[in-house]
Design a protein around this ligand. Structure first.
Ligand SMILES: [Zn+2]
Ligand SMILES: [Zn+2]
Ligand SMILES: [Zn+2]
Length: 378
């Protein structure tokens, strides 16, 4: 048994080697209205909605905003907010907050403009599943409806959702491209032999006895393969083949076009940067009072609002959203909101020194760059 290669035997020629895990280009049929599925780069083509599906903006249309008043906080509210803030910081003493003297509470006007555009996008791609005799809705039952003619129930407005549906009449059955319809593929690990040469004795069945280098008879039977020189292939359990990982042994696959519908609320926020001492990022954590909400299929730039920067940004963002979404998606609804975000700059003295802090948001959060430490008032 010197020639272990002989013993390892040859593979079953009937069982094919593994084919590609994805259907090769040209493998699948064409489905009317669903082009670009030939494999390769354009795997999931996006279908822009037909022009009639998207609203067309009216020219020179504007939206008028009512007047607003700037909210203020009282000294009690400012002090309570600071106390709550100080108590959440273990390094800070609440004593200054309790005993400080307010000099001025200066309310600042902060508007947050928000534009939301709720869109629907449709893309498609080939999918397959193992075929077990399930019904096949193929082209013989009719022409597949175009991507935008497949009816779907709209989710709740402004909620993000993805839905996948099977395109009607796009299904057909083909032999599995990986196993060529055998349901099994040749084991790669052992090349279909079911056995692998023992790596410990390199197939000889013997190993040199440790410490017996100088003696010619210093050989011992390989304990890993019990002297056989080969071992059963772990990968295929000695069968030489494995169940096909694509069809799971079913031999055939059911192919169909899957439509992926994505609903997304695209949000753009803007707050004019006018408070050099207050980090604008802080505004993201709080809510304001949405005193103006304008909701329609399409909204129009704000006009006549006292803050011209807000008017300008509304025109800019509305234009940007329209340009970036109407060519790829269907615009289902738009909403523009102006929020008054409370912001008060509170100036106070403590122990003869001047300090200040900010109270912001409807939540009355506090931001302070400097706070009198308890240690300084020994
Ligand atoms: Zn061995
Ligand atoms: Zn194997
Ligand atoms: Zn297969």
């Amino acid at each position: 048994m010197d020639n272990t290669e002989d013993f390892l035997g040859s593979c079953d020629p009937n069982i094919p080697e593994e084919g590609p895990s994805a259907p090769p280009p040209g493998w699948l049929d064409d489905i009317h209205g669903y082009v670009g599925h030939k494999g390769g780069e354009d795997e999931n083509p996006l279908y822009p909605p037909p022009p009639a599906y998207n609203p067309q903006p009216e020219l020179n249309k504007n939206t008028v905003v009512p007047d607003v008043r700037v909210p203020t906080v009282s000294e009690d509210v400012a002090r309570d907010a600071l106390l709550k803030f100080v108590e959440s910081k273990w390094r800070y003493s609440s004593k200054p907050a309790r005993n400080l003297t307010f000099k001025e509470l200066r309310p600042l006007t902060v508007y947050r403009y928000r534009l939301e555009t709720y869109t629907e996008t449709r893309t498609s791609g080939w999918q397959f599943e193992a075929y077990n005799g399930q019904p096949v809705d193929g082209p013989q039952y009719g022409i597949s409806p175009p991507p935008w003619d497949i009816p779907l129930t709209l989710p709740q407005r402004y909620t993000n959702k993805v839905e996948k549906v099977r395109v009607p009449h796009s299904s057909f059955v083909k032999v599995c491209h990986k196993c060529n319809g055998f349901g099994r593929t040749r084991c790669i690990a052992c090349h279909g032999r079911g056995q692998k040469r023992c790596s410990s004795c390199h197939g000889s069945g013997f190993r040199r006895k440790p410490g017996n280098h100088k003696r010619s008879s210093g050989k011992t039977r390989c304990s890993f393969c019990h002297g056989r020189g080969h071992k059963r292939c772990i990968s295929c359990q000695g069968h030489g083949h494995k169940t096909c990982t694509v069809c799971h042994g079913c031999q055939n696959l059911l192919h169909f076009i899957q439509l992926t519908v994505t609903w997304k609320n695209n949000i753009a926020d803007f707050i004019p940067d006018r408070q050099p001492d207050f980090p604008d990022k802080k505004f993201e954590q709080v809510t304001g009072d949405p005193f103006f909400i304008d909701e329609n299929l399409l909204v129009y730039p704000l006009h006549g609002f006292p803050d011209q920067e807000i008017c300008n940004i509304s025109a800019k963002l509305i234009n940007e959203h329209l340009n970036s979404f109407s060519s790829t998606s269907r615009i289902l609804q738009q909403r523009q909101t102006i929020e008054m975000v409370p912001l008060t700059h509170a100036y106070y003295t403590y122990n003869g020194k001047d300090y200040s802090f900010f109270v912001y948001g409807l939540e009355n959060k506090v931001f302070t760059a400097k706070y009198p430490s308890a240690c300084s008032i020994l």
